[in-house]
Design a protein. Structure first.
Length: 265
């Protein structure tokens, strides 16, 4: 079975290193390392598992960002992807989810024939979970989000997935081509190996600008983005809690007294 799978990935700042400027309320990105978005790693892993089972499968990773996002594509190629596409242009800079989906869907149209599109549920620097579904809408594809289990059926045209819900899950079947957004429960991403890292240097990476993908410049970039972030801030740390120890009756009395002292009751 020969399939073409496209994986949407994003380079994000490492949240363990994130700091916020107290004066401007914006993220301090200088000196902050960038990583492959966590859910996108699960999306890529699932595509690579299909490739492991069907070696004729081709996996293309597409991303949008500054030129340094090339490093992200090299990481994905080292994990096993076949080719990478980087959309980078000042014209698309500052795009919100709506504008980003316009650019990436234009890039996917340029890539051409495909069977499956995988993406992560959401990016850790935005947590909107909007770009994947918006891309599917732009491309008029059926989609399932929050996928925790994936199966490609024997007919080679149908996928069966488990979609996580707050109180369980639902099983859905749909025809390809389609869009899947992955959550961490879907799999455990593989590690890179030295041989694969070396082989990645020979794999193609295409760099496209806005003109290359033929996107309408009125639908991308900061000016075209209907979403505006007015302020980002670090929540104040919570006050130290009070621990009550002892017999249950005594603890209940102490808790009651503490609540009365604070005029809670």
């Amino acid at each position: 079975m020969a399939l073409h799978i496209i994986v949407c990935a994003k380079q994000v700042p490492d949240t363990n290193e994130i700091r916020i400027d107290p004066q401007t309320g914006t993220l301090i990105r200088d000196g902050v390392p960038s990583i492959l978005n966590h859910d996108d790693a699960n999306a890529l892993e699932e595509a690579l598992r299909i490739k492991d089972k069907y070696p004729d499968t081709k996996v293309t990773v597409i991303t949008m960002g500054p030129p340094q996002a090339y490093d992200l594509l090299q990481e994905c190629l080292s994990m096993g992807a076949d080719e990478g596409v980087l959309i980078t242009d000042r014209a698309v800079g500052g795009s919100d989810t709506w504008a980003t989906s316009n650019a990436i869907s234009a890039g996917i149209r340029k890539i051409g024939d495909y069977d499956l599109i995988f993406a992560g549920r959401q990016a850790i620097d935005g947590d909107t979970a909007q770009v994947g579904p918006q891309i599917a809408e732009r491309l008029e594809l059926p989609q399932v989000t929050y996928v925790q289990k994936f199966e490609l059926l024997e007919d080679g045209k149908t996928v069966r997935v488990e979609r996580a819900l707050e109180d369980g899950y639902e099983i859905i079947e749909m025809q390809m081509p389609c869009m899947i957004t992955a959550i961490k429960e879907l799999n455990v991403p593989r590690h890179m190996h030295i041989a694969d890292i070396m082989a990645a240097c020979e794999k193609p990476v295409y760099t496209w600008n806005a003109a290359d993908i033929g996107v309408d410049l009125n639908t991308v970039g900061l000016e075209a983005s209907p979403t505006n972030v007015y302020r980002s801030f670090t929540p104040k740390p919570r006050e130290k809690g009070i621990l009550f120890e002892g017999e249950p009756d005594q603890v209940a009395c102490d808790l009651l007294a503490a609540l009365k002292e604070k005029h809670v009751i």
